[in-house]
Design a protein around this ligand. Sequence first.
Ligand SMILES: [Zn+2]
Length: 443
Amino acid sequence: MNSYLKCVNQKCGKEYPILSTDFKCSCGNLLDVKYKNSPSSNLKEVFYKRRNPEGSIFNESGVWRFRELLNFCEIDTEDLEQCSKNLVSLDGSEGRQSKPYHMSKVASFVGIDNERLMLQPEGYNPSGSFKDNGMSAAVTHAKMVNAKKIICASTGNTSASAGMFAANENMECDVYIPEGEISPGKLSQAYQFGTQMIHVKGTFDDAFVKSLNASKESGSYTVNSINPFRIEGQKTIPYRALEFLNWEVPDWIVYPGGALGNTSSCGKCIMELYEWGWIKKIPRIAVINAEGANTLDVLYNGKFEDTELRWNKGDPNVELIDQYYSKMNDDGIRPQTKATAIQIGKPANLLKGLRALEFTDGVVTSVTDNEMLDGMSIVGLNGFDCEMASGAVPAGVKKLMGEEIIKKDDTVIGILTGRQKEPLLPIEYHNNISNKFARPPKE
Ligand SMILES: [Zn+2]
């Protein structure tokens, strides 16, 4: 086999067969999907040609257009029959509309030349967020292992994406939610796609643990972000951005920071492309936390115990993480932000995220809820729709430019992770005259 799973902890490095569905190593760390071959850079031409899809949904798909770079099914990628049999796609729509755009009002808001900033709206995916990139890959793996039911704990975008693909593939989908803590509005898409809600007494973390236990039952399969195949699918987000730039690497790629799946997948994407000789320069990743859910900012920037947490060439200070999580529990610190998509206190992909930051000389910062709302609104004033968490990107670029970390002559790609799913947020924002971009209604 060309592909296999491998523990991210370099001291362990244990390998597992690609058909394994236990996504934690016996040492407790997460796993990576690895490939033995190095894809030829001649594929750049193939990918470009597929932008004229010639009737194939797998060329239309912004995920499967790059299928040679995540070919864990090990199919003949030019054989459309094999593609149809193996690859999960919502008729080619995942990633199809996502590419970077210039948004002049955002550029002038953050203080950079319009030519130097591009934003890529991943909200224009079929379920309305970047999750469809990773979910199409994870559900492809679920089919490979003959799973009958996919399982997640989620309060929004993940359950919508999982429910959509499950419905389309005629699979069952169970969504674990903490009873009474989630507003029905956030789950409406999951209901719409016919998922089975399972109420759990306790917090989101309790629901997550229950969902993981349930996924150990025969025929069940977890699609939460510990699933390494989701990370594979999400690599196509930077592939599309880089392809649009003719594989000329920008100085910065900027993401909102939640569970750090995107940071991890961007890092893996860049590490692989560099190793394969497809790119000569390494872009820097900037991760923008919400101030109220800033675990990465605290740990990475030495705001806890005066110690900067680093990947440290595969030997991170995990005791520091445990100490901080205990302190969070002891002090009753709960993630608190209106940007629900990144309201996460214990990022599931923290170690993979640290690895990405180390490889790319990345930076981490935090922005306030008001700054995110301004960011969300200025994107809207360019005619693009995004959720509040995505507003962290313009807000974070503005802050990092103010600190002269991002320089005026740098080139920047920002990822807008999801579409607006909370209709009251823009209404409240624009009705409050004290907000920077408010356009309140007239009598
Ligand atoms: Zn291990």
